[in-house]
Write a protein that binds this ligand. Structure first.
Ligand code: FAD
Length: 500
């Protein structure tokens, strides 16, 4: 099968999955002149309502925001966002304090509705020329000269086939494309379950005054081995998420009825419970979500298939970076494909030949003037170029995905436990002091991850140096005044190079 071609000289691109990453990638590629087709399992959310099955809202930070800026969508989407200045920590005794994320309101994160964001991205992709096929659940893919994809329409039970030169898998953590690729060449998949699950509950908007608690914060009720968090929604409600071990005591196994959950909340989240009027119905009705980290040794099958977003690197949600990382993938891949495929189009598909393309309506196309030998030779060059592009994408992104996976796991401990811990608070304060004294050298890891686009792997490495330094200076001390800042300054200069 010849690569699918378009009159724009760029190859047609087939995406599986029109979630957050797929829809942004479709937008970016369509804006660059690729003919993009997206096959999405769910019905069109603009007609059927959004059925996400994951968190209702999520935190957007600089990396994701950058993706929206590149697509020209940040103004439109940020109108839907709620600013979160920091963590509002709710202690057991009922008092609460705001721990700012950054220096000021230029360093904040944003709460966004997943459904609204997805719809805005789908609209943008269509405006740019991408075609969406909803109710198309990938069942299987076979890889020959190109790729044959088999889709099931869950609405009417029909089957559909689509052939493509190559396919990009944005179909999330349970990726069907990944499974099909793995059957051809094992990808080295490892899924490590966290052993903790989550359940969503809701603090509704108040009839008159709107928000029941501080609106511009991410609320946390840290309780050692478990916690609740709450993110604001624009209309005044908050989505609460309970994170709890799957087994042991307390756990989702032992707290398996609304009555037991109510008693648990009366004991551990006494100030939160009265804010959730439909607690019993929420607890009984909402499912327990599973949390896991996905590791792969390979993200692509030569030049025929590539995975990105959660399909390649699903992580636990405690750094609020899964989507941000996936949107960063989309930007990087769109730029790489644009560069490489432009070259390919100019050198391998001259205008003379393109004039002879006969499109078959978004499916396969043919070269009417090509001899089979030339076609085969050009297909081989095309594949090599794509394989090199996919390999380059994986080379750039995989170490970064691995770094954020580790940091997300570490952040769970910090959120549920350390935010209430005196040693952690002292190190945090010292970190702030050092960041003020050495703004080019000492940048809190959270800030590098959240407010910059520094590669995650670099943020992880610098973070490790900084953390060791903070322990060295603060362990055994109870007050910042007891820390030798002259020594601290010397160590910072010695161990941390200035950032550009
Ligand atoms: P998905 O969002 O899963 O989208 C995959 C798409 O593919 C879906 O539309 C799906 O219907 C479709 N699909 C699936 N299978 C098929 C198939 N066989 N055929 C066709 N289509 C298919 N990230 C953040 O950055 N900030 C946060 O605050 C945050 N909070 C989170 C909270 C929770 C509780 C969880 C679980 C995750 C959170 N994340 C957060 C992570 C974020 O949800 C994911 O990283 C993000 O959704 C990944 O986007 P994606 O497009 O790769 O995958």
């Amino acid at each position: 099968m010849a690569p699918t071609m378009t009159n724009t000289a760029k190859p047609a691109v087939t995406l599986v999955g029109g979630g957050l990453v797929g829809a942004l990638l479709a937008t970016l590629l369509a804006q660059r002149g690729f003919a993009v087709e997206v096959f999405e399992r769910r019905p069109d959310p603009r007609r059927a309502g959004y059925a996400g099955g994951r968190s209702i809202n999520l935190a957007l930070a600089e990396r994701g925001l950058h993706g929206l800026r590149v697509a020209g969508l940040s103004d439109e989407i940020m109108r839907l966002a709620m600013m979160m200045r920091g963590r509002m920590v709710h202690h057991r005794d009922g008092h609460a304090e705001l721990l700012r994320y950054g220096r000021d309101d230029s360093e904040v994160i944003w709460s966004l509705s997943r459904g609204r964001l997805n719809i805005a991205l789908i609209d943008a992709a269509e405006r740019a020329g991408a075609r969406f096929h909803f109710d198309r659940r990938l069942e299987d893919a076979t890889f020959g000269d190109g790729v044959s994809l088999r889709f099931h329409d869950d609405a009417d039970g029909s089957m559909h086939e689509h052939r493509a030169a190559f396919v990009l898998g944005c179909d999330g953590a349970g990726s069907a494309l990944r499974a099909a690729m793995d059957r051809v060449t094992p990808l080295g998949e490892r899924i490590e379950e966290l052993g903790h699950g989550y359940k969503e509950l809701e603090i509704p908007a108040l009839p008159e005054s709107g928000f029941a608690i501080e609106r511009n914060a991410l609320h946390i009720w840290p309780r050692g081995n478990y916690m609740c968090i709450a993110l604001p929604n624009a209309e005044g409600s908050f989505t609460v998420t309970l994170f709890l071990p799957s087994r042991g005591d307390p756990s989702f196994e032992t707290i398996d009825t609304a009555a037991k959950a109510r008693a648990f909340f009366e004991r551990d989240f006494a100030d939160l419970l009265p804010l959730i009027p439909d607690f019993d119905a929420d607890f009984a009705g909402n499912p327990v979500g599973v949390l896991a980290t996905l590791y792969l040794d390979r993200w692509h099958l030569d030049g025929r298939a590539l995975l990105l977003g959660d399909a390649a690197h699903a992580i636990v949600p405690f750094h609020g970076q899964g989507m941000n990382c996936g949107l960063e993938d989309a930007v990087e891949l769109a730029e790489l494909l644009d560069t490489h495929c432009d070259d390919l189009a100019v050198h391998e598909w001259p205008a003379r030949d393109r004039a002879h393309q006969r499109s078959t309506g978004g499916g396969e196309s043919e070269f009417t003037s090509d001899s089979p030998t030339r076609k085969t030779a050009r297909t081989a060059v095309f594949r090599e170029s794509l394989e090199a592009t996919f390999a380059e994408f994986e080379r750039r992104r995989r170490p970064n995905a691995e770094a954020i996976a580790k940091m997300a796991l570490e952040n769970y401990v910090e959120m549920r436990d350390s935010v209430a811990d005196a040693g952690f608070l002292l190190r945090r304060e010292l970190g702030r002091v050092l960041a003020e004294r050495h703004p080019q050298r000492f940048v809190p890891r959270y800030s590098m991850v959240t407010f910059s686009r520094m590669p995650y792997a670099q943020a992880f490495a610098r973070g490790a140096v900084q953390d060791a330094l903070l322990h060295e200076l603060a362990d055994g001390k109870s007050r910042i005044e007891n820390i030798d800042l002259a020594r601290a300054d010397a160590l910072v200069r010695e161990r941390l190079t200035p950032l550009a």
